[in-house]
Design a protein around this ligand. Structure first.
Ligand SMILES: C[S@@+](CC[C@H](N)C(=O)[O-])C[C@H]1O[C@@H](n2cnc3c(N)ncnc32)[C@H](O)[C@@H]1O
Length: 417
């Protein structure tokens, strides 16, 4: 009686533990859907799996054929749990399940039962993995809730909405740097990976453009540095930023260099990646949604459209067309029929438009200027190549703005303009 009372199913919560099963015997009784779902994790843990079942699903059969487990094609017999550390009882025979359960109890083998959780000595948690973290959730006897909680945690870890910094020192004491493309400005337009790395950062060096709102969400211990304010004295501004990245990484920090749009589209991302590589500092590059396509899109302008434009060219207009430093062939661009997307061109748009007209692009070509695209302050100005210089000045358009030149500007619904 006392023995029975000691082992009776109770409402007490389960005690969570991580079993290290490598090389240890695990006996699986039955080879249906439950076994099929559980076996991959047991095999991944290195368990020495003995499967006992007269038949198996095709995937379980494939595991046996591949030599990943030993399969005895027969029904359960008393004594099968000898030498086992752990058992999975999943047959469709109630009597066999009960006998196996009693044998497990007698041999002190922890056993999971698919037919009667309350009668089992162990429960399988809902598990998931993200970046080396195993999440295991037990809610007593509500597996759906366990799975839902697991999904919420794993999803949160993946997208960074659940903050989980790495507290253990990184190997070799050197930190890591991620060059993260933050997208055009709307905080929802950063990638899932970028957001997660941001949530794990110790130091964030941010540009003026990009999703600045995300910086407010960072916990107080995170050091946020405005890239524009890094003092550069005898260095160029870019060198000073590179040096700051190197210095924080050498201090063992997880550093995120948060950039607007994509790091490699007029973003100097490669200069930073090269500077880090020269110092042997690991660097990950996370692509971002470039303003060159997303800002026109947010304003209702497709950069290509069937029957209208089969190409789009992204150009920096940060120096005027007649400036000897310009690497742009404006004459060749004027000869193109497709869409031109200009970045960093607000100050020079008058001169650029005049140059394009002079080289043959029609003065009536539609032009749209989108300031602060994807943010609450987004505004759009419509003009033509002939009028855009004057209109931009008259309307007080300020950077950042993307300028789209071409017939795609007028294909969207009138309401977008
Ligand atoms: C130095 S470039 C960086 C571009 C960025 N790497 C990208 O892929 O979008 C900065 C220029 O991008 C454009 N830009 C970036 N974000 C913008 C936004 N939200 N709205 C309008 N233009 C934007 C402007 O032309 C700005 O002058």
């Amino acid at each position: 009686m006392a023995e029975h009372a000691e082992h009776a199913p109770s409402a007490a919560p389960a005690y969570p533990v991580g079993l290290r099963l490598a090389g240890r015997r695990v006996v699986v009784l039955g080879a249906g859907q439950v076994a099929q779902r559980r076996l991959p994790a047991l095999l991944a843990a290195g368990a020495d799996v003995l499967l006992i079942s007269p038949s198996a699903t095709p995937s379980v059969e494939a595991m046996a054929e591949a030599g990943e487990l030993r399969w005895e094609r027969r029904r359960y017999r008393e004594g099968d749990l000898e030498g086992a550390w752990y058992a999975l009882i999943t047959t469709d025979d109630d009597q066999a399940n009960q006998t196996a359960s009693a044998e497990a109890e007698a041999r002190r083998v922890w056993a999971v039962r698919s037919d009667d959780a309350a009668a089992a000595s162990a429960w399988t948690p809902a598990t998931g993995r993200s970046e080396g973290v195993t999440v295991a959730v037990l809610t007593g006897q509500d597996p759906r809730r366990s799975a839902a909680v697991r999904d919420a945690i794993v999803e949160g870890l993946r997208d960074g909405s659940l903050t989980a910094p790495h507290y253990r020192a990184r190997p070799g004491g050197v930190g890591r740097v991620a060059l993260v493309g933050g997208g055009p400005g709307d905080p929802d337009l950063i990638t899932v990976r970028g957001r997660r790395l941001l949530a794990e950062a110790d130091v964030v060096i941010a540009d003026r453009l990009g999703p600045r709102d995300l910086l407010d969400e960072l916990p107080p211990h995170v050091q946020v540095i405005d890239a524009a304010k890094i003092p550069y004295g005898r260095f160029m501004a870019q060198e000073a930023i590179n040096n700051a990245l190197i210095e924080h990484a050498r201090a063992g920090k997880a550093v995120v260099r948060l950039k607007g749009g994509d790091p490699y589209v007029f973003g100097r991302g490669m200069e930073e990646a090269q500077a880090l590589a020269e110092q042997g500092i690991p660097c990950t590059v996370v692509p971002g949604i470039s303003s060159s396509v997303s800002v026109p899109g947010a304003a209702g302008i497709p950069v290509t459209h069937r029957g209208v434009s089969h190409e789009f060219t992204v150009v920096s207009g940060h120096v005027p067309p007649d400036d000897p430093r310009s690497l742009v062939d404006w004459q060749a661009l004027a000869a193109l029929r497709g869409t031109l997307v200009l970045l960093m061109s607000v100050a020079n748009i008058g001169a650029i438009a005049a140059t394009l007209i002079r080289h043959g692009r029609s003065a009536g070509t539609p032009v749209a200027v989108i300031q602060e695209g994807t943010t609450a302050a987004q505004r759009r100005l419509d003009a033509t190549l002939e009028t855009v210089g004057e209109r931009v000045a008259a309307e007080g358009i300020r950077p950042p703005a993307v300028i789209v030149i071409g017939d795609v500007v007028t294909v969207g619904p009138e309401t977008g303009r």
